[in-house]
Design a protein around this ligand. Sequence first.
Ligand code: I3P
Length: 128
Amino acid sequence: SSPDSDGCTPELEKAGLLNKTKIAEGGRKLRKNWSPSWVVLVGNSLVFFKDPKSQTPSSWKPGNSRPESSVDLRGAQLHWANDLSSKKNVFKLRTVTGNEFLLQSETDSLIKEWYNTIQNVIDRLDRE
Ligand code: I3P
């Protein structure tokens, strides 16, 4: 398990490979287009990178790689969403701006860690 699997340490940064699709932009529904994404949680943001095969845990550092997109977690909402997909282990992340993403992993423990870590960041930002 990761050093932060108990959610008690302040180091909330996390990086890994998840399946991702955006399903809404500004509240407007989009057609699903699932693809693997290198996902990095840093500070208050979830950052997505394309071409995960070329990524390593160090290659997302500023200047080394251009993110595909970035999500501000302040005010965001997280929900398990197995009703929104035929895939297992799916959660939905909705931003304050009405962008919605589904994130998925075949590995139960891995998706639970991501869910808990993202929720911890959202909760911390809610308290600020
Ligand atoms: C979609 C594609 C997605 C699927 C989605 C389909 O078809 O198969 O993988 O989502 O289901 O519409 P297309 O490639 O023609 O766009 P899931 O894998 O998450 O089930 P949906 O429309 O029921 O959401």
